[in-house]
Structure formats: C-alpha cells, structure tokens
Write a protein that binds this ligand. Structure first.
Ligand SMILES: [Zn+2]
Ligand SMILES: [Zn+2]
Length: 322
C-alpha cells in the first residue's frame, strides 16, 4: 500500500468487470463507427475506492486539457442484481460522503475526584446521543440523512479521567443543503454541550471536516438517463432493465456532474450475481454477499456482454442525440 505495508488484494468491488466492459465498449464503438459521429472520450479513472481518482483527474484538467464532453456515463457492478440485468434511477442515485472528526476536550484527573475534573467521556456520551437528533428532529423527514459515529476513543485506565475523547463520523445525504446543515448542527451541538459542561470557549471541541475526502452525491440527469434507459432496453430487452432505489453509499463519479461545465451524468448498475445463486437466495431468504465481500464473484460470462451491450448502445444513443 502507499505506506509500504504488504497487503493482500482482491477484486472486491468488481472493478475488473468495469475495466473489461470499458475495453469491450471501446472495441464495439470502434467496430461500429458508422453508427455514430463525434469524439469518444474514455476515462480510465483510478482510485475510485478511496474517492480520490475523479477529483485528481478533474484537478489535472480532464475537461480543459482534453475535451469538454456533452455527456458522461458510467456503470458499476451490483452485488444485489442478477447478471443479465441493468438497473438505474433518475435524479439522486448515490449519497454524498463526508468524514468528520470531533476532538472533545475536558480536564482530566483522578476517577475518584470527578468534581475536580471536566470529564470528556461524559461530554462524549451526551454528544453522541445529541447528534442523533440532527437527522430525527432538525432535518426534514423527506430528505435522506445519515450521521453515524463509527469510532469513539478516550481514556486509558479505570480510575483516570482523561483529557480528551475522539469521535469519528461518517455523514451521508443527497441534498448539499442537508450536508451543510448536518455540519453546522454538529458544530453548534458540540459547542453547546461543551459550554454546558463548564468548558471555556477555547476548549470547545474541534470539529474537523476532511474536505479532501468529501464526495458529493451522484445525481443522474433525468432527460439523459431516460435516453440511456431506452437505449439499453432496446439492446438487452425491456424486462432486463429495472428501476432501482437510491443508496446511501457514495461514488466519486458524481463529481463529473458537479464542475462549472455542468455536464449531465448517468451512472447505472450492472447486475453481477449468478442467476441461479440469485434465485436460491431469494427462495431461501438468504443475504447475498455484498460488494467488498471476499465471497462476491461476478458472473462475468453473463455480466460482461450485458455491460458491453448496455454501455455501447447508451453511448451510440447519446452520440445521436442533439
Ligand atoms: Zn467499492
Ligand atoms: Zn466501486
């Protein structure tokens, strides 16, 4: 890895299916060049897993040094859709992702003399519960929002009140206004609880938003997505193209639609699950291995031709729109 540690690797998110579909699509579009006119731009983006690839390519001038596309499309393999099928959704399809740290300060001391301290563990406990009210009480129930405290660390010994507790959060939403409201509420609530505990303003918790790791939500442009959907229906059959629900997972592909160029984007899901395995799971009410599971293995013999057909026909349809 980037720190020099030896790590095992796996194709846990199906990115080998993406790259094989990518090459197959390029091949099809070149073979059938009589069917379309324009400039085909293939974006071989790295580092989707760490959410850094799209950002890096855009910062390096993807749309200015090369060409400004009229349409941007992508597929991602799905671990919950049978191979041979494609699913998609207009408008918001994947969530924005933010990583936030909250460093809560206190005044440490002896566990037997709590009155001489300001206990950051108690402040952290209040904070974790108070944060639950942002989604449930402050934001509209009609706007998706997730605030998860995934990590809490503080203290080292039974009888010692520590100086600090650290929280790590993940935030999810679709609407950028919701994201901003989440962050503003976290800052307000953490400061308010620190004040109520008797801390000076200089010791209010530090709320750190890791802007470099932020990913915006993925918004499928409806009119472009309608063109993509009907082209794929023509290519693989009406019954093989299904509507899907949005998920709170994130994807850095959404960034291509959020530049000043304001380019319409569409991300669709390519079914990856073996059809028999899928039928068995439904019948026995079993959970299928998710993306990132070591047990997830796309049925490439069916998924790959479906992906190539879907992607190349969607591209041809968009080339012929205007
Ligand atoms: Zn992944
Ligand atoms: Zn992925």
């Amino acid at each position: 890895d980037e720190h020099g540690a030896k790590v095992g690797v796996m194709h846990g998110c199906g990115h080998d299916i993406h790259m094989s579909s990518f090459i197959g699509t390029a091949e099809q579009l070149i073979t059938h060049k009589n069917k379309w006119k324009g400039t085909l731009m293939m974006v071989a983006q790295p580092a989707e897993e760490v959410g850094g690839g799209a950002k890096a390519m855009l910062n390096e001038g993807l749309f200015s040094k090369y060409a400004k596309p009229d349409h941007v499309i992508a597929l991602h393999v799905s671990a919950s859709v049978p191979a041979g099928k494609v699913t998609m959704k207009n408008e918001y399809t994947m969530a924005s992702v933010d990583s936030v740290d909250i460093n809560i300060k206190g005044k440490g001391g002896h566990g037997a003399y709590p009155h001489t301290t300001i206990d950051p563990v108690v402040i952290a406990a209040r904070t974790v519960l108070a944060l639950q009210t942002i989604t449930s009480r402050e934001l509209s129930p009609l706007e998706p929002s997730v605030i998860t405290v995934g990590s809490i660390h503080g203290g080292s010994k039974h009888n010692v009140i520590s100086d600090e507790v650290k929280l790590q959060l993940t935030l999810r939403s679709y609407n950028p206004d919701v994201r901003n409201a989440q962050i503003a509420a976290i800052k307000r609530i953490t400061a308010g609880i620190a004040q109520s505990a008797g801390l000076d303003e200089s010791d209010y918790p530090a709320v750190i938003v890791h802007e470099d790791e932020s990913i915006p939500s993925t918004y499928n442009n409806p009119s472009q997505t309608n063109i993509v959907r009907s082209a794929i229906k023509n290519a693989i059959g009406d019954t093989n193209v299904l509507e899907t629900q949005a998920v709170m997972a994130g994807e850095d592909f959404g960034l291509y639609g959020r530049t000043d160029e304001n380019i319409p984007i569409t991300l669709f899901w390519l079914g990856g699950v073996n059809q028999k395995q899928y039928a068995r799971a439904i019948k026995n009410n079993e959970t299928l291995p998710s993306l990132h599971s070591s047990k997830f293995a796309p049925d490439y013999k069916v998924a790959l031709p479906t992906g190539i057909k879907a992607m190349s026909n969607a591209a041809v349809a968009l080339f012929n729109t205007k």
